[in-house]
Design a protein around this ligand. Structure first.
Ligand SMILES: [Zn+2]
Length: 451
């Protein structure tokens, strides 16, 4: 693979990347001779970047496959330059909360994944005994809610149950990933319902996030546990996260394209496509999130792709399904805003590939163009613009909060372990693998054991 712009951990440069058996073998000077018998893929000035790793995706399959599904979600991923996704444990039936349920999820995904797929487990009030077996079966960590999740079968953890689950997970040095909104603040907030976005925003106040995150950080510190704050929206919580990191607490945080690019002021009343929890907040909330990405307080950006059927995205924000479908558009959405704020594509790659790979413990194989990593690539024309047409989206229900927006960054092709899986809108048969946390499912040739 030869390009004048290859994004490596050391920066962007003209280079030739050699690949054998699905693995990157070397990053050579641009004009290095093509090895005997090798095929040259000359990408010209298009950018070669490591395939994105999206650690926050709701595939909802089996059980709610009419909302999404492995076939459609992984096609949307491939179309968006995402080569690895990790599926959230809820909204599917069953949820990923026991080893048997994990097997059901893997059966649903087998043979239908266009990109690599891993699974988070779920931490419920009553499944503490299932956590270690799930960990040993290969889930990447455990998701918990601190307030009602919105679906039956996935109850939240109160403070006592959080401490119990966290103690259990810390015993095997697992990772707890947390939807952090405090239920008492949500209960106390005004709930008017209806189509006005301002009313919905008032019903999910920043205090709910701030309080829950502060408590989570305290518990992580007390127990020496590893925790990750999901979909951070409230910028008021940033000082708590920054202070905890400085204090050596094992906490990381993610935010999402919609919090970084959309604002409450511009969400039309009745536009259910924009509903998510925590909510898209005011324009003044957005700049601190960007600063926190720049200084490392927020580690990474994930889509939180959480679709439903279109009929559930009603015009009443209190009852509409909460979730933004952004898997295919995450890269151009973030890149468009990032370039306007003076960030480089290297930054976007760090937030959406390197750091997410590290979060999931996949960084020996994913998240960088470097020898020994999987040859997973996105080829991007970063200065080419397009207008979002819902008909061009690959996820099952083509609801989007980005319809009609003009975005920079066209994904020209996507590569998985050295094979092109998408080019010019056409897909190959599914070649994705089902990933487990450890041991690695297939040691690369010439090596034994996990990398
Ligand atoms: Zn989510």
């Amino acid at each position: 693979m030869r390009s004048t712009r290859v994004i490596t951990p050391e920066g962007t440069r003209a280079a030739s990347v050699t690949v054998a058996d699905g693995t990157i073998t070397a990053v050579l000077p641009y004009d290095a001779p093509v090895p005997d018998g090798a095929r040259l893929e000359d990408l010209g000035d298009d950018v070669l970047l490591p395939g994105l790793v999206d650690t926050h995706v709701h595939v909802n399959d089996p059980g709610r496959a009419e909302w999404e599904g492995f076939w459609t979600a992984t096609r949307a991923a491939a179309a968006g330059g995402v080569t690895t996704l990790i599926d959230m444990p809820l909204n599917s039936l069953p949820p990923t909360t026991t080893v048997d349920h994990l097997r059901a999820k893997r059966r649903a995904a087998a043979g239908r994944a266009h990109v690599d797929v891993g699974f988070w487990g779920g931490a419920l009030p009553d499944n503490v005994e299932d956590l270690r077996p799930l960990h040993e079966a290969g889930v990447f960590g455990f998701k918990a809610f601190l307030s009602p999740s919105g679906v039956d079968g996935f109850p939240h953890l109160d403070r006592e149950r959080l401490a119990r689950s966290l103690t259990g997970i810390a015993a095997f040095d697992g990772l707890l990933i947390v939807h952090a909104e405090d239920p008492r603040h949500l209960d106390a907030a005004p709930r008017r319902g209806g189509p006005k976005y301002a009313d919905f925003l008032a019903s999910r106040p920043r205090d709910a996030e701030n309080t829950a995150i502060a408590h989570l950080v305290d518990q992580a510190k007390r127990l020496g546990a590893r925790v990750h704050v999901l979909h951070l929206s409230s910028s008021d919580a940033l000082p708590v996260i920054a202070a905890a990191k400085a204090d050596g607490v094992r906490v990381t945080a993610e935010t999402c394209p919609h919090y970084l690019t959309l604002t409450a002021e511009e969400v039309p009343d009745g536009a259910g496509a924009f509903k998510c929890c925590p909510p898209i907040r005011e324009a003044a909330n957005r700049a601190p999130l960007w600063r926190a990405l720049a200084d490392g307080t927020v580690d990474c950006v994930v889509t939180d792709h959480s679709p439903s059927t279109a009929d559930l995205k009603t015009d009443d924000f209190s009852t509409a399904w909460g979730g933004i479908s952004g898997l295919q558009l995450g890269l151009p959405v973030v890149w468009t805003e990032a370039r306007g704020r003076g960030h480089g594509l290297e930054d976007v790659v760090r937030w959406m590939s390197a750091r997410t790979a590290r979060l999931a413990g996949l960084d020996a194989r994913k998240g960088a163009i470097a020898p020994g990593r999987d040859a997973d690539f996105a080829v991007l024309a970063p200065d080419e613009a397009f207008t979002v047409d819902p008909a061009a989206l690959q996820h099952r229900n083509r609801v989007t909060a980005y319809a009609g927006r003009t975005l920079y960054g066209v994904v020209k092709s996507t590569w998985l372990r050295g094979e092109r899986i998408l080019a010019d809108g056409g897909f190959t048969e599914p070649k994705g693998r089902l990933l487990t946390r450890s041991p690695w499912p297939r040691p690369p040739k010439g090596r034994t054991g996990p990398p």
